[in-house]
Design a protein around this ligand. Structure first.
Ligand SMILES: [Zn+2]
Length: 261
């Protein structure tokens, strides 16, 4: 037991000092493989429980919008993403470790154009690339479960709830839990960069959050528009970073995408 404790402590120290893509220090005590496994398992569960859209046009549209975003990610992140459209009126979208993206059809009623959908996908992918799930799991009781070797999100795991919460999924699928203000802002900043580089219009990211803010409280997606940051804070932060990216010479690397429903 003592040996195991020392081993675990050493592993924790070795993996604890990580840096996010924006240069922020992160405490991460779960390894990437465990996160990938948990994300993939949860996604499979979700596909079994929620209605997967078989609408060809809709699926093609979402794939078309996401593709340029995935192509401008750092090289090691570009391939092998799975994108599923869930047939649900919920205004929601999410991305999970293991390179999984879920888009609810309800969000397509809120986005006014492909730039706005791309802004959402960029934001969600930003959470994954910045390892926010691992950071959140590391801060939660799920970390204990993982350290104890119970790194499974299966239904019979007593830690399922904690692990799901770490990934940002409620015990009831479809209830996506809000990230912290810090994680939201970081995902916005990263997503904005992908948006610009993928050839989309940067200012549509601000228009998107304005649309979101207009939704009645009951319809507001928890993950995408929790009470923090407030929509105006978020829009101001995006405006600031649009200028910053301009001054840094961040420009489109792709021709302007033309995806149509
Ligand atoms: Zn988010």
């Amino acid at each position: 037991m003592k040996k195991l404790a020392i081993l675990l402590a050493a592993t924790a120290l070795l993996t604890a000092c990580a840096k996010s893509p924006t240069g922020r220090n992160q405490l991460i005590i779960v390894d990437a493989n465990a996160m990938t496994k948990m994300g993939a398992q949860s996604f499979e569960d979700m596909k079994g429980k929620e209605k997967v859209s078989t609408d060809k046009k809709l699926n093609q549209y979402v794939q078309c919008v996401a593709k340029p975003i995935l192509q401008v990610l750092p090289a090691k992140w570009q391939d092998n993403w799975e994108i599923v459209v869930f047939d649900s009126e919920q205004v929601n979208a999410f991305a999970l470790p293991g390179r999984k993206i879920g888009v609810y059809t309800g969000i397509l009623n809120v986005t006014e154009n492909s730039d706005q959908l791309a802004a959402i996908i960029g934001h969600e992918v930003g959470h994954v690339i910045a390892n926010h799930g691992a950071e959140r799991v590391s801060q939660s009781t799920a970390a204990n479960a993982l350290m104890a070797g119970a790194a499974v999100a299966s239904k019979d795991s007593p830690y399922q709830g904690a692990i799901m919460a770490g990934l940002g999924l409620g015990a009831q699928y479809g209830a996506l839990l809000p990230y912290s203000r810090l994680h939201e802002s970081e995902a916005d900043v990263l997503g904005l960069k992908y948006l610009i580089e993928a050839g989309y219009q940067a200012d549509q990211s601000m228009a998107l959050w304005q649309n979101m803010a207009k939704l009645s409280d009951g319809k507001r997606p928890m993950e995408l528009l929790s009470t923090h940051p407030a929509p105006q804070t978020r829009i101001n932060n995006l405006a600031k970073h649009i200028k910053k990216y301009q001054s840094q010479g961040v420009v489109a690397q792709m021709p302007r995408p033309s995806c149509k429903i």
